[in-house]
Design a protein around this ligand. Structure first.
Ligand SMILES: Nc1nc2c(ncn2[C@@H]2O[C@H](COP(=O)(O)OP(=O)(O)OP(=O)(O)O)[C@@H](O)[C@H]2O)c(=O)[nH]1
Ligand SMILES: [Mg+2]
Length: 168
């Protein structure tokens, strides 16, 4: 989940294609796109596999009700903001609130991904370690990383963290 244009679909498509397919032209997501992938956890034995069923949700308000219904049985939340958009960072609390209104929020972990780290000159969101720790504590976030769907940086890593959590 996360604001429109933060890169949720780009992250999903790059994960699905192992970094091969970055959608350059923006195409907004209507309600939800579902995709599935069997993922082997790096460094683990061959049996350590997780099947991800990814609900790539729309960031647009008009789909909030349908998104809420669809995510209520999810196991983990990947929350996305855009490091070049302060409002997308500010709005994280709204997304966490929305998530908490679904059944899914009952002890379900939240993984945070600050996307578009390749756009160095346009960055407006800076998180130092102490503000990151404070935010993670306040909102119960399990892991917070930055990366770039475009450069396939951090994407494999954040899915690995989620897979490791799911296999526990
Ligand atoms: N430079 C850069 N652009 C990106 C990155 N990720 C996504 N984009 C661009 O940002 C725009 C929005 O990406 P999407 O993945 O469609 O955004 P979304 O969060 O799925 O948006 P909604 O479906 O409307 O909620 C597209 O033009 C992408 O090409 C990234 O890591 N770096
Ligand atoms: Mg999308």
């Amino acid at each position: 989940m996360g604001d429109p244009l933060t890169g949720k679909t780009a992250i999903t498509q790059m994960f699905m294609s192992d970094g091969g397919k970055f959608p350059k032209a923006y195409s907004l997501t209507f309600s939800i796109d579902i995709s599935s992938k069997i993922f082997s956890i790096p460094g683990e034995n061959a049996d350590s596999k997780v099947q991800f069923v990814i609900y790539d949700t729309s960031g647009h308000d008009i789909y909030t009700d349908v998104v809420k219904k669809c995510i209520k049985n999810c196991d983990v939340l990947l929350l996305v903001y855009d490091v070049t958009s302060e409002s997308s960072f500010e709005n994280l609390k709204e997304w966490i609130q929305l998530f908490s209104e679904t059944n899914a929020a009952v002890s379900k972990p939240i993984f945070l991904f600050g996307n578009k780290s390749d756009l160095h000159n346009r960055r407006t969101v800076y998180t130092d370690n102490s503000s990151k720790d404070e935010m993670m504590k306040k909102f119960g976030i399990s892991s917070a990383v930055e990366g770039s769907a475009k450069n396939y940086e951090g994407v494999h890593e954040v899915f690995t963290s989620m897979a490791q959590y799911l296999l526990k």
